[in-house]
Design a binder for this molecule. Structure first.
Ligand code: FDA
Length: 309
């Protein structure tokens, strides 16, 4: 119930306006968001790199309905890719892109604009020796995102996909994408979805995650196991072993600020652990999704709002 309410709030412009007057450095925001600027993002990446962690950087922002704003987002990615390269942080750092931030939500020709913009980011990433992963948003965008992915992969086959175990369709999508060279991030899914398309209970989502992971681990692609769930992390290790996968033929991924000790522990075991590092001004929707995942975080958030005054 709390999760659904928070996820609805993540799309409320009025609440966003109220909450985002809070300085980004305050408590809970700083825990999950690496800063506003590309300099801060690169500094956070360098720190994680020193701990043996790989990174995927996300320039925050989504549901853009303004073509110029989409263009500015592309420029921000080009800027940060250049800065990562200058700092010697590629290829260990890549970027994650939400298509709705680069034009997908622009109406009739949204998919085409998003494809053109994503192509520019993929080219810049390749120029500095790294890759792009396309984040996955709510189910109304899944087909369009997978179509853009297929187009992008014709020129940039290294482009990563994200699939959400929460959706009933995902086991089938895993089968389609478990081929050689295909990088696929499997997550549970962070959006409010109707029963017609999505599993509704945690147990059903977890069971779906395991079925999807089996497909990916037994396939010939590169699975990216994006979860903080200790049970699923253990199962992933077991399935990788059963599929005779060596370390480096799959990776774990977790979010910046979530279970950082576990991130380091897995890296110290010799596993590839990639941290998803969001940065930028538009942190509201991202943060509220993180709060929805863990009710305890709401208390911290409420405290930081009160201390603002
Ligand atoms: P779950 O939510 O069941 O949490 C398991 C345990 O992890 C919790 O009991 C707690 O210990 C810890 N934990 C989880 N979240 C926490 C939090 N916010 N704060 C503190 N502890 C927490 N989703 C999506 O729809 N599209 C996408 O593109 C992506 N991309 C993405 C990339 C990466 C690298 C990750 C790790 C996740 C995503 N997600 C995503 C988000 C994902 O769908 C999911 O919402 C979160 O990862 C939480 O799910 P868990 O698998 O961690 O399990």
């Amino acid at each position: 119930m709390l999760r659904r309410t928070l996820l609805a709030l993540s799309r409320s412009g009025r609440v966003e306006q109220l909450v985002t007057t809070m300085p980004v450095s305050s408590g809970i925001v700083a825990r999950f968001v690496a800063g506003r600027s590309s300099e801060e993002a690169v500094a956070a990446t360098a720190g994680l790199d020193r701990d043996g962690l790989a990174v995927t950087l996300d320039h925050l922002g989504e549901d853009t309905v303004d073509r110029e704003q989409a263009g500015r987002t592309v420029e921000a990615y080009l800027d940060v890719l250049g800065a990562l390269s200058t700092a010697g942080l590629t290829p260990q750092a890549e970027v994650s892109v939400k298509l709705s931030a680069v034009g997908q939500a622009l109406g009739a020709d949204g998919s085409r604009v998003a494809l053109d913009n994503a192509r520019r980011i993929c080219r810049a990433a390749r120029d500095v020796g790294t890759t792009v992963t396309l984040d996955m948003e709510d189910h109304t965008t899944t087909d369009s995102t997978l179509d853009v992915l297929a187009d992008l992969r014709q020129d940039f086959p290294e482009t990563g996909a994200v699939l959400q175990a929460q959706l009933r369709r995902t086991e089938g999508d895993c089968k389609d994408l478990a081929h050689a060279g295909s990088r696929v991030r499997l997550c549970k899914g962070a959006y409010n979805e109707p029963e017609s398309v999505a599993h509704q209970t945690r147990a059903d989502v977890d069971r779906s995650y395991v079925r999807c992971l089996k497909v990916l681990m037994n396939g010939s692609g590169y699975p990216m196991v994006a979860t903080h769930d200790p049970r699923l992390v253990r199962i992933a290790g077991m399935l990788a072993g059963r599929a005779d996968r060596q370390r480096g033929t799959y990776e774990y991924q977790m979010l910046y600020g979530v279970r950082p000790e576990e991130q380091k522990r897995l890296a110290q075991l010799g596993e590839t652990m990639r941290v998803y590092v969001p940065y930028g001004d538009q942190w509201y929707a991202y943060l509220v999704r993180r709060l929805a995942e863990r009710p305890q975080n709401v208390t911290f958030f409420a405290r930081s709002l009160v201390s603002k005054g």
